[in-house]
Design a protein around this ligand. Sequence first.
Ligand code: GCU
Length: 612
Amino acid sequence: MKTFAAGLLCLLLPVAPAWAAEAPMQVYTRAAQSLDGEWKVIVDPYENGYYNYRYQPFDQQADPPKGAYFRDAKPESPTDLVEYDFDTAMSLQVPGDWNTQDPRLYYYEGSVWYRKKFDAPARRPTDRAFLEFGAVNYRADVYLNGRKLGVHEGGFTPFRFEVTDRLRPRGNSLVLKVDNRRRADGVPTLNTDWWNYGGITRSVGLVVVPEVFVRDYRLALASLADREVAGRVQLDGARGGEEVSVALPELGVRQRVRTGADGQAEFRFRVPGARLWSPEHPQLYRIEIASGSDTLVDRVGLRTIATRGRQLLLNGEPLFLRGISVHEEYAADGGGRVRDAGQARRLLERARSLEANFVRLAHYPHNEHMARLADEMGLLVWSEIPVYWTIDWANEATYRNAEAQLEAMIGRDRNRASVIIWSLANETPVSDARNRFLSRLAARARALDDSRLLSAAMEKHYREDDPDMAVVEDPLAELVDLVSFNQYIGWYDGTLDKIDRVRWQIPYDKPVFVSEFGADAKQGLHGDAGAIWTEEYQAELYRRTLRMLDRIEGFAGTSPWILSDFRSPRRPLAGVQDGFNRKGLMSEKGEPKQAFHVLRDYYRQKAGNAPP
Ligand code: GCU
């Protein structure tokens, strides 16, 4: 989304979120001054630091009073009335949700003010500086040294503000008003089956770059047969005609190209000696993109993903997705949102222990560590925007929000070999407005990245004349490459015996992917396989469901719901759920249930390395 370079004008005018896309910026491998750690916070349910008593926003006044929390003000005399003080306020850790850091905030939905004081790093006079936010859920109003930088909406995608001319050498005050209230016109909307973790949930950094720098690039294996790599570099600050060199040193490749007036330069070269990336051989190569005094270094894998009829093809070879769905939650230590690469790695290691080769990162873009670790570990990835359930389909601002989140997701991760599927939506009710919304989104996704597959989790229904014939038929299936759907036969839909009776009608010449199935089980609760909530019931549902799925023509894989139990406000059953959705194959602490072993044994057979 567009960020506004704040100026006095901005303080005079409302800074409404404008859903123009913000150009991606690759910062993960750049040196940055971390602003993670302790931030001072003020919980502000009445937004007293944002509105005056007439409910007018302070930041739309020409000269906001000290009572505006973003002023980070101090009394200047014994009678100077300032009714807040960040320095004596409570603290929270960034990155991290507030819900699991302080029991008083467990259920809190509202605004929290965050403040970080920092000194600017040394830099050349012509250098430029950007504040980079990994993600803030849900809306962030951002101020630096008392002046508004802008607003960002969307709880799971990165954003940034250029602050080159706003930094002081010392004593900068960075203030965010973070508001996690759910919105009917939001993305996601009011109703979700996951915890609404609020806060600065991912890292914050200050990135200093040369006046002209390598802002973004994209690269893909354009031709498998010719081992031809094609891509594009985007400079920022360019005037056109700059030389850019693109090198894969380990493959002896270096190509020099020149930018056009738009600061872009295309490259194309062959890499005959390259080893293709795959889950079995997650080969990554160093890439160096240099222009002027700037060099961006990254690590990339080379592979292709395609479909041929009902067959999925990775590097031209048939592929079966041995998957599992994953929420971005690490509750093992009592926490909530994944906070760092270590927790991300532990989640992916849990998935790998299932003999999985695929993770469906539900239902929103996860932190950037996940796809990068998946690149290293050899896990394929489904990445998704939170167009979930009953979105406000007819609202243009809602569409622009979804599109901005799609652009940020693709812009951040489109160089990750592990990511093979962009997902547009989850379980969205069919309507004309929804079809138009998703059709626009699909077209935008294809325009941004034609090297990956599109999908979305649809729903099934039954034929009226045959209650045991399940049908997947959805206009969305025409727009995507993989026909994916969620089904809960034996849980929300009938009991275990129904699984053995149901047959499937899926009238598309495309691969079929079952993006969810499962049942709740409390880890350690045992009983007859016919009794729900027991591990035995969940295990039996897995055994029967896997047999049923293997009978589906074009069945190309599945990502059962879900790796670990996770928090949800929709799961109150005391003694069993206790605020957790218990469909995990593991408890939230990582304790495996019987169904874990059922799926792992199935995947071992699929991988061809089943024990005798
Ligand atoms: C739905 C939905 C999930 C939800 C799950 C459940 O399919 O996609 O987000 O958690 O079912 O009800 O457990």
